[in-house]
Design a protein around this ligand. Sequence first.
Ligand SMILES: Cc1ncc(COP(=O)(O)O)c(C=O)c1O
Length: 391
Amino acid sequence: MAGFPIEFATRIKNLPPYLFAAIDKMKQTAIAKGVDIINLGIGDPDLPTPAPIIESLARAATDPKHHQYPSYEGMLSFRKAVADWYRRRFNVVLNPATEVLTLIGSKEGIGHVHLAFVDPGDIVLVPSPGYPVYPVGTSFSGGISTIMPLTKANGFLPDVDAIPLDVAKNAKLMWLNSPNNPTSVVMTKEYFRRVVEFAQKHEIIVCHDAAYSEIYYDGRRPASFLEADGAKDVGVEFHSLSKTYNMTGWRIGFAVGNKDVLAGLGSVKSNLDSGCFQAIQEAGITALTLDQSVTDGLRKVYQERRDTLVPGLKKLGLEVEPPPAAFYIWVNVPRGYTSASFTAHLLENAGIVTTPGNGFGAPGEGYIRLTLCTPKARLAEAVERIRKAGF
Ligand SMILES: Cc1ncc(COP(=O)(O)O)c(C=O)c1O
């Protein structure tokens, strides 16, 4: 901002340093040198959106009734399709009128929910390493993130028993994310039940981010937070069409569960945005009511990729487990490296972009994250390049 006399607001100045900037710079240098980069840094599906969804958008886009402002909370027909999908998938019953809210992608709702409930100084419990929007949304509303570290010792699950009483008493909201980004760990219904008890005892809103619930392997379907008894009394679940139907660019998601939490989020949204383009919601209805075998095909592709990359890395001597869900591989860096130095080594000596684990929070130090959003042959090539580069 050289020469511009007005400073950024404190909330922007307080943002954590952009840890990926150094990687970006190294990546650009390598590309300029003509290196054929294999990008295992991005969490964005490389496969196309299924054709019937695209056709549905094309049809709906020509209908003038969709050209006007949409309703703030989303079309009732979309919310009904969400409720039906939840009943079929999780056996969870939702009232589409009060317990489902359309979002412009789940990130939008995840960021905004803090504005509805977090006052300056309130505590928000945030898993770390984790999706950066949880702590950033907290700080934008003046709240204070208290980290719940995810470590090998606790199975990468927030240990609610380790949260000090004074923190629990003053916490307003708690974030959970299963299947997890970046660790890929999945929470069970029993685990969710323990969280519900904790939240009831201390009057804390639970916000569960389930963006990856449909990307799972070996036929083991992750549970919804709302399957746990009492969950709807304390929390909501954020969901997305982005990963389930390869629709990251479309910007459509939804939040479901506690109607008072959704009313709070809805009133933030009605003051800041004007809803989701109705033609996209029509396409969303098509996605949610499609023969869900389309997602079987998607899971098969990711599973083949996982089963190429993980055994390949293990064979090289890297410490890594096959993830049960999501498209992230959480790899221990070898002895003598940090997250940053191993990321730099792989980029400089093997032309592979990865993400340093500490970019997701300090407890992620000692790990790097690789994604499965690249064809199998390129993943096999990545393993070969790492073998040649050594470590
Ligand atoms: C854990 C997690 N939650 C939510 C999102 C946001 O997804 P979207 O806004 O596309 O629904 C992402 C995106 O990468 C994510 O990793």
